[in-house]
Design a protein around this ligand. Structure first.
Ligand code: GDP
Length: 304
């Protein structure tokens, strides 16, 4: 329900444009395909993924000469769902942690302003709602505001936060955080990291060091490297995905701000191009506005 409300803008826009693309046509021809291509591009699906989708539809058109426009929706829906990867745990209701992993360590990466802190706060709340013990780590030591913002969320959710003063070594904060989590017998660690995109080598070194140091306390930490992307920023989100996946092994995506954009197609393109599953989507500023990504629901919110 909330998803549909949240995605109303993407949906009406995508579907509206799509309807226009096929208006007055009874069968899928070159003009329809051209219009469709435009709709996909303007919804920020991205060029490579758009071409892939158009190629597949063209293939079906040439196979089935009289493909009707009514069938186009169904085919698009199938093709798009096929390109989206999501976490395979089959539970869209509550956050999932593999059994026997404790503490489960989530390292959150992404540039400033994408909604990293908010996403951490929302995750902390949802884990807490499940009765899980959560510890936050203020690993973005580069900006005082980042530490303060995370503190505000820690207070709001009422979970402990491990922090040091601005300018301290993020790896040292990461170490303290996992150590404290083990001592507290916590279930989940959510570690913030610096959100500046300096050069690739620095980013890689910083994230590698944080991982290495955490592994001194928890062997296989981090269990999840969650890249947060702002779904309303189109090509910037693509670029950030490219940089972060090159710098570290990103295991999951959180795509934020899908409530306020006509460009939800970015989820499709990024998921296809980087082969990283979308795990969460942000559909508002409130503490409950984080949802577990369900690709069928997402695709249907575009087409229904
Ligand atoms: P950070 O710099 O990456 O930590 O970003 P913040 O978490 O501080 O978020 C930046 C702004 O985006 C804040 O005003 C948030 O309320 C807002 N924000 C975060 N997630 C969402 C979302 O899913 N939808 C909307 N509409 N706003 C969001």
């Amino acid at each position: 329900e909330k998803l549909n409300e949240g995605l109303e803008k993407s949906k009406s826009s995508f579907f509206g444009k799509l309807s226009k693309a096929v208006a007055g046509k009874s069968k899928v021809d070159d003009a329809v395909l051209d219009n469709l291509e435009e709709v996909l591009i303007s919804s920020d699906v991205g060029v490579a993924t758009t071409i892939k989708i158009i190629d597949r539809i063209q293939e079906r058109v040439s196979r089935d000469k009289y493909l009707g426009t009514d069938e186009l929706n169904q085919i698009l829906r199938e093709e798009i769902a096929g390109l989206l990867s999501e976490q395979e745990h089959g539970n869209y209701e509550s956050l999932y942690i593999p059994e026997g992993v404790k503490p489960y360590v989530i390292m959150v990466v992404g540039v400033n302003g994408v909604g990293k802190t908010t996403t951490i706060g929302k995750l902390a709340q949802q884990f807490k709602n499940q009765g899980k013990k959560v510890v936050l780590g203020a690993g973005d030591t580069f900006r005082a505001a980042a530490i303060d913002q995370l503190q505000i969320w820690a207070d709001r959710v009422d979970v402990p936060i491990i922090k040091q003063k601005m300018g301290s070594d993020p790896a040292s904060v990461a170490f303290d955080t996992v150590q404290s989590a083990v001592k507290k017998d916590a279930d989940v660690v959510i570690l913030d990291t610096a959100g500046r995109l300096h050069n690739k080598v620095n980013l890689m070194n910083e994230l590698t060091k944080i991982k290495r140091v955490m592994q001194k306390v928890v062997d296989d930490a981090p269990h999840e490297v969650l890249l947060v992307l702002d779904g309303s920023t189109g090509q910037n989100a693509f670029e950030q995905a490219k940089q972060f996946t090159a710098a570290t092994e990103v295991t999951a995506l959180a795509v934020t701000k899908l409530d306020g954009t006509a460009k939800g197609g970015v989820v499709i393109g990024i998921s296809d191009q980087f082969k990283v599953p979308v795990k969460y989507i942000g559909v508002g500023e409130g503490i409950n506005d984080l949802q577990i990504f369900n690709k069928y629901e997402f695709v249907d919110s575009f087409f229904n």
